[in-house]
Write a protein that binds this ligand. Structure first.
Ligand code: FAD
Length: 562
C-alpha cells in the first residue's frame, strides 16, 4: 500500500480553496478556531472557477436598491443562479452579502472599478439588477493573503478523496499528497469539515468538442466533490434538475454577461425580445431566460446564433474588453487578438454546453450545515443555495463561523484514522491502481461514464429520461464501476488524483440517475418521456436523496423554504 506520509489534527478542515473555502477559513479563524487547515487540490492563488477573475457579485445594496430587498430577491430568483433554490437562504444571502463586499474592498479587491456601486448584467430591462460589477482579477491572491494573515494553514496539491464518520459525526479526512510524483496519503483528524470543492463537470459528453474532456467553461480541476458528501451520508438536493451553461462555441468559457451585445439569427433579427441594441446595464438576458435558445436554433435550422457587439460605441467596447479581464477571460481575449477576431466587426457564435452540477449537491441550512453533524458545505457544490461567487463567499463565511463554534464544543476524536474501515478501503483501492503493471487509464473510465450519462440520463428539450433508460444507465454504471476497480492503472500522483475524481463522478452520476427516477414529472430540462407533464403538486417542493451507511438509498420530498 502507498505510505501515509503525515497524520495531522485540526479544529476545522476546509476542502477546496477557491472562493467559498478561503472565506470559510478566514471566518473560522476570526471566530476563534486555532487550527484551521485548507486542503486544496491545486494552488490557492490560482484555483477554482474564479482563478483568473469574476466580475458579478450578487448582493443587495440599500443605497442603490432602496429599502425593500424583495424586488432584488425576485430578480435574483429569476436569474441563472436562482433556479431551484430555497428562497429564505437567497434572501438572507442578499441581506448579508453587502458586508462581504465591503470586507473584500477593505482587503484590496476592486469592488468599484467605476468609483461607485455599479449593478449591471444578467438583468431584465426595467427590473432591479442584483449583480454588482467589480474587478475580480486579484481576488484569489487577496484571499490567499488574508488566509495567511489569519494564521490558516494551507496544503496545496492535496486533493481530499474520502471523509470518515464516528458515532454519526464527521471525524476525519483522507487526502493524497500530490506535491511529488510519487503519491502518499495524508490523514487529518477533525470534528468539523467544510466542503467547498466547486461545481462538477466531465459527467456528460462535452457539448462543444466531444473528444476533449477539459474544454470546460469552468475550472477544469473541479470534479465530483459532491460525492464526498454523498458517501458519508449527507442529504443531496436538486441533483436531477439539470443545469447547463452557455458561451462561445468551440472554446468553452463562462462569463457571458460580460459580453455587451445582442444575440441574433444569421439574418440579423434578434433572438430574444429583451434588447435590440447593445446595453451595458442589462446585457442580453435571452439565454438566461430561454435556456435552450442556442441549440433550438440549430435543431430547427434557423441558426446558428451569434452575439453581435458591432453596434457598441468604441467606449463601450473598450469597457467590455477591460471587464473581460476582470472576469477572468484573459485567455479568450488573447486567442481573439491572436486570430484577429474583433467584436466590433465579427459576430461570435454561441452554444449551450453539456449539463454540469452547478448549484446542485448538498442540502444545507443557513450556516452551511448538512444533515451530517460536523459537515458543512459552501459554494457551487451546494444544492439549495449555491451557484456563483457571491453565494460561495457568503455561505463560506457563515459555515466558517458555525464550524468554529461547533468545534469548540466537541472533545478530541479518539481512534486511529488509518484503521477506519472507510478510509482503509479507499487507501487500498487507490493503492491498487498504483500497484498494477497493466490496466486502463482514468480517461477511458471517464469517457465511458460521459457516454453512459449522455445516452441514458441526458437532458431536454431534445433528449429524454425514462424509467427504462435510467435503469439501464444504472446497470451500465455498476458494470463500469466494477471494471474500473479491477482494471484501472495509474502511474503518478497526478493520474491517481484523476482516478479518484472518476470514482467521485461515478457517485455523482448514480445520485443524478436515482433522483431522476424519483422525479416522476417533466420539469425544465428534466424531461421524462414516461411522465410528460409538470406536476403542480411538486412546484414548491425539493427532492432530497441520501445514501445510508448500509448502502441503501432513500428519497424524500420537502417544501422549498420561503
Ligand atoms: C470565467 C468565469 C467567470 C465567472 N464569472 C462569475 C461572475 O461574474 N459572477 C459569479 O457569481 N460567478 C461567476 N463565475 C462562477 C464562480 O467563479 C464560481 O461560482 C465560484 O468560483 C464558486 O466558488 P467555490 O468556492 O464554490 O468553487 P471554486 O471557486 O471553483 O473553488 C473550488 C476549489 O476546490 C478545489 N477542489 C476541488 N475538488 C477538491 C478536492 N477533492 N480536494 C481539495 N480541493 C478540491 C478546486 O481546486 C478549487 O480551488 C464565473 C466562472 C468562470 C469560469
Amino acid at each position: 500500500m502507498l505510505s501515509i506520509s503525515r497524520t495531522l489534527e485540526a479544529d476545522v478542515v476546509i476542502v477546496g480553496g477557491g472562493i467559498g473555502g478561503p472565506m470559510a477559513a478566514i471566518a473560522a479563524s476570526e471566530a476563534g478556531a486555532k487550527r484551521v487547515l485548507v486542503l486544496e487540490k491545486c494552488h490557492v492563488r490560482r484555483s477554482g472557477s474564479g482563478a483568473t477573475g469574476n466580475d458579478h457579485f450578487s448582493c443587495y445594496c440599500p443605497e442603490v436598491h432602496g429599502s425593500d430587498v424583495e424586488p432584488v430577491l425576485n430578480a435574483l430568483m429569476n436569474s441563472l443562479v436562482g433556479q431551484a433554490k430555497d428562497v429564505d437562504l437567497m434572501r438572507l444571502h442578499l441581506l448579508e452579502s453587502f458586508d462581504i463586499v465591503k470586507k473584500w474592498e477593505e482587503w484590496g479587491i476592486n469592488m468599484r472599478p467605476l468609483g461607485h456601486w455599479n449593478f449591471e448584467g444578467h438583468a431584465l430591462p426595467g427590473k432591479p439588477r442584483a449583480f454588482l460589477k467589480f474587478d475580480g482579477r486579484k481576488q484569489k491572491a487577496v484571499l490567499a493573503e488574508q488566509m495567511k494573515k489569519h494564521g490558516v494553514t494551507v496544503l496545496n496539491h492535496h486533493p481530499v478523496v474520502e471523509l470518515a464518520k464516528e458515532n454519526g459525526r464527521v471525524c476525519g479526512v483522507l487526502a493524497i499528497d500530490a506535491t511529488k510524483t510519487e503519491p502518499s496519503f495524508v490523514l487529518v483528524k477533525t470534528p468539523c469539515v467544510i466542503l467547498s470543492t466547486g461545481l462538477t463537470h466531465r459527467l456528460y459528453v462535452n457539448g462543444s468538442t466531444p473528444n476533449y474532456l477539459f474544454n470546460t467553461a469552468h475550472c477544469p480541476n473541479n470534479a465530483g466533490g459532491q460525492a464526498l458528501g454523498w458517501r458519508i451520508g449527507a442529504s443531496m438536493v436538486n441533483m436531477e434538475i439539470p443545469y447547463t451553461h452557455a458561451g462561445t462555441k468551440y472554446i468553452q468559457r463562462a462569463g457571458k454577461a460580460t459580453w455587451i451585445g445582442v444575440y441574433r439569427y444569421p439574418d440579423g433579427r434578434p433572438l430574444g425580445p429583451f434588447v435590440t441594441k447593445p446595453d451595458p446595464e442589462y446585457g442580453d438576458v435571452t439565454s438566461d431566460i430561454w435556456n435552450s435558445a442556442f441549440i433550438d436554433v440549430m435543431q430547427n435550422g434557423r441558426g446558428p446564433a451569434y452575439l453581435d457587439c458591432s453596434e457598441n460605441t468604441p467606449e463601450t467596447l473598450a469597457y467590455m474588453r477591460k471587464a473581460m479581464f476582470d472576469e477572468g477571460l484573459s485567455a479568450l481575449i488573447a486567442y481573439m487578438d491572436d486570430k484577429g477576431i474583433d467584436p466590433a466587426k465579427h459576430a461570435v457564435e454561441f452554444t449551450r454546453f453539456e449539463p454540469i452540477l452547478h448549484g446542485r449537491g448538498l442540502d444545507v441550512d443557513k450556516d452551511g450545515l448538512t444533515s451530517v453533524p460536523g459537515l458543512y458545505a459552501a459554494g457551487d457544490m451546494v444544492g439549495n443555495a449555491g451557484c456563483g461567487l457571491g453565494l460561495a463567499a457568503w455561505m463560506g463565511w457563515r459555515a466558517g463561523r458555525a464550524a468554529a463554534a461547533s468545534a469548540a464544543l466537541v472533545p478530541e476524536a479518539a481512534g486511529n484514522l488509518a484503521d477506519h474501515p472507510v478510509i482503509r478501503a479507499k487507501m487500498e483501492l487507490l493503492s491498487s491502481f498504483m500497484e498494477r503493471t497493466e490496466g486502463a487509464s482514468w480517461q477511458e473510465a471517464n469517457i465511458a461514464l460521459t457516454q453512459i450519462m449522455s445516452d441514458y440520463a441526458n437532458v431536454g428539450p431534445y433528449k429524454v429520461r425514462s424509467e427504462s433508460l435510467l435503469n439501464t444507465g444504472l446497470t451500465y454504471l455498476a458494470q463500469l464501476r466494477e471494471e474500473t476497480k479491477n482494471n484501472l492503472k495509474t502511474s503518478c500522483s497526478h493520474t491517481l488524483m484523476r482516478a479518484a475524481e472518476v470514482l467521485d463522478l461515478f457517485d455523482c452520476a448514480e445520485c443524478i440517475m436515482r433522483s431522476a427516477l424519483e422525479r416522476k414529472e417533466t420539469r425544465g430540462s428534466h424531461k421524462r418521456s414516461d411522465f410528460t407533464f409538470t406536476n403542480p403538486l411538486l412546484a414548491e417542493k425539493m427532492l432530497d436523496i441520501t445514501r445510508k451507511d448500509d448502502g441503501t438509498i432513500v428519497t424524500s420530498w420537502r417544501n422549498t423554504r420561503v
